[in-house]
Design a binder for this molecule. Structure first.
Ligand code: HEM
Length: 155
């Protein structure tokens, strides 16, 4: 009975962790894609003042999603990794690919944080937001490719 309850709880957390992880990827990558290909190119129809107001408002709202999303990615991602470890003992390729993925994720988290931040030290990354967003999207695509590859290739 105790084993059944423990097993069912771990199963429920495994499912929840995957749903949170993939759901966060959908929301953050989807939101960034929307900004890069729809919102930014559409700003041209606004006056300079309205453009600055809209960008400021979007940045303030998006900031909460970025900070919360990074937290969810890190917690669910490392949970997934620790759960996957026993079935990948001695599997160098798996650990190398997940390691590269985590490093790339750190770069994306840094860029995303800078984009919603206010520090003048990183103004150069905000001067051309489309360029930084496209770089983030490219890195996210590589991350998703690595994640899908390690999943499908199995143990
Ligand atoms: C610290 C950050 C992260 C860690 C530690 C992490 C770790 C992991 C791990 C261990 C898995 C399971 C791999 C397996 O099946 O064995 C996974 C799955 C996945 N990750 Fe991440 N991840 C992180 C960030 C991200 C980010 C930033 C994205 C998207 C841009 C992402 C997208 C995905 C997707 C889509 C899957 C599901 C793959 C599938 O089941 O087909 N992850 N992640």
């Amino acid at each position: 009975m105790v084993d059944f309850v423990t097993g069912a709880s771990v199963f429920a957390i495994d499912v929840l962790s995957r749903v949170v992880h993939v759901g966060t990827a959908m929301a953050l990558v989807g939101g960034s894609l929307f900004m890069a290909v729809i919102l930014l190119p559409s700003l041209g129809v606004l006056t300079e003042q309205s453009r600055q107001d809209l960008v400021g408002s979007v940045r303030d709202r998006w900031r909460r999603f970025v900070h919360g999303g990074i937290g969810l990615f890190v917690v669910s991602g490392f949970y997934n990794y620790f759960r996957a470890m026993p079935s990948h003992k001695g599997d160098g390729l798996y650990h190398a690919l997940v390691g590269i993925k985590v490093l790339l994720a750190m770069v994306v988290f840094f860029l995303a944080t800078v984009m919603v931040g206010r520090s003048s030290n990183f103004n150069s990354l905000r001067v051309n937001p489309g360029k930084t967003l496209r770089l983030m999207l490219f890195l996210s695509l590589v991350i998703i490719f690595i994640s899908g590859f390690v999943k499908v290739r199995g143990n």
